[in-house]
Design a protein around this ligand. Structure first.
Ligand code: ADP
Ligand code: MG
Length: 352
């Protein structure tokens, strides 16, 4: 009842919008399932309304609204701040779903890792003004640690809520200029196993560049979607059996890899890595043995960074990128990994 009353009161005081309230700005993205725009309000209802983001989605938008509502109640800081979602049926194309978020900032992690300056370009964003510290692997490692910790923290929030994102990639990680942290966006492919929403994986939605080898989150032995109450009762069991959250962990491991190795930051570089890893039966240690002897300087630099502090970065990477889902670490366990023992960026700036 408390939850119900809270949700009701919250709903009552939250602004509701309709189509004509928005003035379309720049297009931010366009996928098979929707178009995303930066928007502003036609008449500002209150001065604190800044820029917003609008996604005009197809039929899958209904699930995405549901996921965002759930996230804002259960783990609000994990994802971009969701404002409102509604069905818009006046268009000729039939029913569309409109989703509104607060505009979190200009850059996704994809934009940031493409910069020649990475990871130093992120350091100032997280810390504000940065003293003129000596550049070097140690410092790069601290910045990468901080980004990864924020990402795992957000993921742990989602997973603890019962949500598997299924499309974790740098394009779906936004830097929130307000909180100076990275947040997850795009719950369009997400699934909530606790209530059986979007239970059957839409495999075709998955981005092959970041998808774990199992592709299907739940074992194919699992029968088709049970009814919601049955799913709710079964899901903790299914969760333990299948560890669906480990799908996101594999993708997150690939992001760590891209941050450590400049040569895998481009699409073609990542695709090449995926091919190499597959040839090594998804065994990172075998992969390392095969490429290290003839490694160029970019590749050597990545290994050197992960080998710092007795190789704890490499250890963490190999515990995330594994063929078998149940051998991968969880987001919560990863956060407790010794790789994060030092306080990351903050400690570095205080120490110096
Ligand atoms: P899709 O991938 O389905 O097109 P996303 O939800 O990933 O839709 O959004 C597309 C792009 O829009 C993102 O990559 C990002 O650049 C931008 N974007 C999405 N949500 C926000 C937000 N809350 N704040 C700022 N930019 C956003
Ligand atoms: Mg996206």
């Amino acid at each position: 009842w408390d939850m119900f009353v809270l949700a009701f009161v919250e709903r009552l005081f939250r602004p509701t919008y309709k189509k004509d309230d928005f003035v379309l700005g720049k297009k931010l993205g366009e996928g098979a399932f929707g178009v995303v725009y930066k928007v502003s309000l036609a008449k500002k209802t209150s001065s604190k309304e800044g820029d917003l983001v609008l996604k005009k989605a197809t039929e899958y938008g209904a699930v995405e609204i549901w996921m965002n509502e759930r996230v804002r109640r259960a783990c609000a800081n994990s994802c971009a701040d969701f404002v409102y979602g509604f069905m818009e049926s006046s268009s000729k194309k039939g029913a569309e779903y409109w989703l509104i978020w607060r505009f979190e900032g200009e850059s996704t992690l994809a934009d940031l890792i493409q910069s020649k300056e990475f990871p130093y370009n992120v350091e100032s964003m997280i810390l504000g003004e940065v003293q003129d510290l000596p550049k070097g692997l140690e410092r790069e490692n601290r910045i990468i640690q901080t980004i990864l910790r924020q990402l795992l923290f957000a993921l742990d929030g989602l997973h603890s809520t019962g949500i598997v994102h299924r499309d974790v990639k740098p394009q779906n990680i936004i830097f929130s200029e307000g909180s100076r942290t990275f947040k997850i966006i795009d719950l369009g492919a997400a699934t909530d196993l606790r209530v059986g929403i979007n239970y059957i994986p839409k495999e075709f939605l998955l981005d092959p560049r970041y998808a774990a080898p199992e592709q299907y989150i739940m074992s194919t032995q699992t029968p088709s979607a049970p009814s919601a109450p049955v799913a709710a009762a079964l899901s903790p069991v299914l969760w333990q059996l299948n560890l669906p959250d480990r799908f996101d962990i594999y993708s997150t491991g690939l992001i760590l890899l891209q941050m450590a190795f400049p040569s895998f930051r481009s699409d073609s570089g990542l695709i090449q890595f995926n091919r190499q890893l597959k040839r090594c039966d998804y065994d990172l240690v075998t992969w390392r043995k095969s490429v290290e002897p003839r490694a160029n300087s970019d590749l050597r630099k990545g290994f050197e960074l992960l080998d710092l502090d007795g190789g704890i970065g490499w250890e963490l990477l190999t515990s995330m990128v594994r063929y078998k889902a149940r051998q991968r670490t969880s987001a919560k366990a990863a956060l407790a990994h010794p790789y994060f023992d030092k306080e990351g960026l903050l400690a570095l700036s205080i120490m110096q």
